[in-house]
Write a new protein. Structure first.
Ligand code: NAD
Length: 265
């Protein structure tokens, strides 16, 4: 069947901007109806809804803070009421709050961990509960559900001045694999994408001030576009990737090949 998500519903967290928006569009292009979650950006979320609808798919914007348990449960309730039970969940919402380690406040730490790691747990746990309630719909997909995390190259590349962010993504990696190992026998597929440097709001200031430094880290020679990641998410969600479970697909222009070790030879 290739990349065909016809008849499926996908929830994308943090889908009003950046990689989340691009994934919503690519999932819709593959045939899925889309729940566009946002925390506090109603206008941008409506914009994403419009782009999905322009592709002929249904979409709904739902406000929810993924770091809050009651919000995540309500997100899945409202999503199901609007578009039916989810077959695909892309846990994408994330943030940075950079600080030197000696100056990092507990608030800086908690701000990042609560969204990137606790949010990943809350969204993942709820996805699994709802997949179980829905069951396998063999005519739609051999998998009961597909949960995809948006991790980062920083689940393996340590990152000075961003210890909270790197810790959140390293934790996400073990969360993803442990959950995948636990529920794979139910035909629930859990995987991650791990982007390198992608042009979005999260790193706009760094790209503006340090673009040449960033490019030196990318053998493929360009900063990524949100759709570079969105296309991989759609493929991972599809039955074309049915035998991929508990893996991380790096979408990073070879950043994880540590280009400084190439030397000048
Ligand atoms: P972005 O800032 O455009 O997107 C992040 C989205 O998450 C925003 O829409 C934001 O509103 C939403 N969000 C933040 N906190 C939330 C909360 N509590 N509840 C619901 N939504 C919330 O930046 P992006 O680059 O598209 O980031 C998306 C994901 O990609 C993040 O998890 C980020 O860590 C990851 N990532 C990005 C890059 C990159 O280079 N851009 C690289 C690796 C990983």
């Amino acid at each position: 069947k290739g990349i065909d998500l016809t008849g499926q519903t996908a929830i994308v967290t943090g889908a009003s901007t950046g990689i989340g928006e691009a994934a919503a569009i690519e999932l819709a292009r593959a045939g899925a109806d889309i729940v566009v979650n946002h925390r506090d950006s109603e206008d941008d979320a409506r914009d994403t809804v419009g782009k999905v609808e322009a592709l002929g798919r249904r979409a709904v914007a739902i406000q929810a803070d993924v770091s809050k348990e009651e919000d995540v449960i309500r997100l899945f309730d409202e999503a199901e009421a609007a578009l039916g039970p989810a077959d695909v969940v892309f846990s994408n919402a994330g943030r940075q709050k950079d600080a030197k380690i000696g100056d990092m406040t507990l608030d800086d730490w908690n701000a990042v961990i609560s969204v990137n790691l606790t949010g990943a747990f809350l969204v993942g746990r709820e996805a699994i509960r709802r997949f179980r309630k829905k069951g396998i719909r063999a005519e739609i997909s051999p998998a009961m559900g597909k949960l995809i995390y948006n991790s980062s190259v920083h689940q393996v590349i340590c990152w000075a001045f961003h210890a909270n962010y790197a810790a959140s993504k390293g934790g996400m990696h073990m969360l993803m694999q442990s959950m995948a190992q636990e529920v794979a026998n139910e035909r629930i597929r859990i995987n991650s994408v791990a982007p390198g440097a992608i042009a979005t709001a999260i790193n706009a200031a760094e790209r503006a001030s340090h673009e040449a430094d960033i490019l030196r880290l990318i053998p493929y020679g360009r900063i990524g576009e949100p759709a570079d990641v969105g296309r991989v998410v759609a493929w991972l969600a599809s039955d074309a990737a049915d035998y991929i479970v508990g893996q991380t697909i790096f979408v990073d222009g070879a950043m994880t090949l540590y280009p400084e070790f190439r030397g000048n030879g």
